[in-house]
Design a protein around this ligand. Structure first.
Ligand SMILES: O=P(O)(O)OC[C@H]1O[C@](O)(CO)[C@@H](O)[C@@H]1O
Length: 450
């Protein structure tokens, strides 16, 4: 299982810190919150106790492995989990390997933006005859996912290819235009459970299809998620999700309104990217559950060690006391490289020569962790014994639970995102979508033309 180390959150050295006694005062509150979550399991938790979602993907085995490429078209929660799974659990050169080297599994591309240079460069790379497009959208209305769907379908039709054979939609079981098109055109679909929102959907078919297509063991992901769940009813000091939520909440109340997740692993960096949406959209809210204006939210920031030691750590150490940092560490990397002894007479290089890169990276982590502490800033650490499905699944579920618990502490609804609507509506108006004319931007009473 993952190893959680909260020690450096409670040190006397921390400026305006919190103590274990401060934490223990929340024993009862946390017990009630976790019981409430367990008794009324949110959708993202409920799914791991059913085979339905895994089986719906495994059933597609014969269909999927005929292709060479899977291109995911989605954005936000309909893409970040796929990107995280691919980058943590497959080597970075995966898409460059031959089909044999990939053991017959698919290359995975995720088009999660509408930057034409980006979209075109991926479309240029793939042979459309050997490509399956997985359009993912819970709502089936998101402009970015829908425009990329239209482009993909246009290409298929230009090539004279049957869209039914090259498309699969992952969407709401009943609602939305994707469901409608699928019903009309006989396109294969996977369901996103209605009670699971985008940013909590990585362990639904949203994340499972591309993971399975790339040969990731999706059953182990679920086992890892269950390991995280098994600690939900633990006493507070042995309950990682509750401790993450509570310590971030308490430090937020002491002015630490930035939560940095600093991964000492290029692979785990993508988990920090996934976490950013989860923490930001779930907890950044104008109103509490009773409708009072509160404007809360902790800004999640991702960082990469050792790279950002040479970019961000100056600020973390000496800047304002507004951050709480989470380090992600890998104990045993899949590969390692020994630094050769090339310059035997160079004193300045001798400490490096003969050592392994993993040792250097993890000692850099230790160095930064201690420096951060000496500068009076709180940090915690999550250690992955190895990067595998079990630990990645546990990470996802731990943070989904932590976010839900934090929602209770902040007294906000972690499952909605009303604040993203206005921008979407203005975009619709600018793009000429019927019914959204009133959202067109005005300046001194005059419409801005596009
Ligand atoms: O899956 P959908 O409905 O296309 O939504 C994509 C993303 O858009 C949002 O609704 C708003 O950014 C996210 O919450 C969601 O993950």
């Amino acid at each position: 299982m993952l190893k959680f180390d909260f020690t450096n959150l409670f040190s006397d050295a921390i400026v305006n810190g919190i103590s274990i006694n401060d934490i223990k005062k929340y024993d009862e509150i946390i017990k009630n919150i976790t019981k409430k979550i367990d008794d009324n399991k949110p959708g993202f938790l409920e799914i791991i106790f059913s085979r339905k979602w895994i089986d719906s993907v495994l059933d597609l085995k014969d269909f999927i492995f005929d292709f060479d490429n899977l291109v995911v078209l989605g954005i936000g929660g309909s893409a970040l989990g796929n990107i995280a799974l691919q980058n943590t659990l497959r080597p970075f050169n995966w898409n460059y390997l031959s089909k044999d080297e990939r053991d017959g599994k698919l290359r995975i591309f995720v088009i999660d933006n509408v930057d034409p240079d980006f979209v075109a460069s991926i479309l240029d790379t793939i042979d459309v005859h050997k490509t399956l497009f997985n359009v993912i959208s819970k709502s089936g209305t998101t402009a970015e996912a829908m425009s990329n769907y239209l482009i993909a379908r246009g290409i298929l039709e230009n090539y004279g290819l049957n869209p039914k054979k090259h498309l699969i939609f992952t969407t709401d079981p009943e609602k939305g235009v994707l469901r409608k098109i699928a019903n009309e055109d006989g396109i294969k679909t996977l369901e996103i459970p209605q009670n699971v929102g985008g940013r909590f959907s990585v362990l639904t078919p949203v994340g499972l299809l591309s993971a399975y297509a790339a040969g990731i063991n999706i059953e182990s992901l679920y086992d890892g998620a269950k390991n995280a769940y098994s600690k939900l009813s633990n006493p507070l000091m042995k309950n990682p999700a509750a401790l993450i939520a509570l310590t971030h909440y308490l430090y937020y109340n002491k002015g630490r309104n930035i939560a940095v997740m600093m991964a000492y692993s290029n692979k785990l960096y993508y988990l920090a990217d996934w976490y950013r949406q989860l923490w930001a959209e779930s907890l950044g809210k104008k109103f509490d559950k009773s409708g009072n204006e509160i404007k809360v939210g902790q800004t999640p920031v991702k960082a990469l060690g050792a790279v950002d030691q040479h970019s961000q750590v100056q600020l973390y150490n000496e800047g304002p006391d507004d951050k709480i940092i989470t380090f992600l560490k890998v104990e045993k990397f899949e590969r390692d490289i020994k630094i050769p002894s090339v310059h035997n007479n160079e004193e300045a290089l001798s400490y490096l020569q003969g050592n392994k890169l993993s040792a250097l990276l993890n000692n850099e982590l230790k160095g930064t962790e201690n420096a951060i502490l000496e500068h009076g800033k709180p940090s915690m650490k999550i250690t992955f014994p190895q990067i595998n499905e079990l630990h990645v699944g546990e990470f996802f579920m731990t943070y989904e639970l932590a976010t839900t618990i934090a929602g209770e502490l902040f007294n906000v609804n972690p499952f909605d995102q009303p604040g993203v609507e206005l921008g979407k509506k203005i975009t619709y108006a600018l793009m000429g979508r019927k019914g959204f004319e009133e959202y067109k931007i005005t300046k001194n009473g005059e419409r801005i033309e596009i």
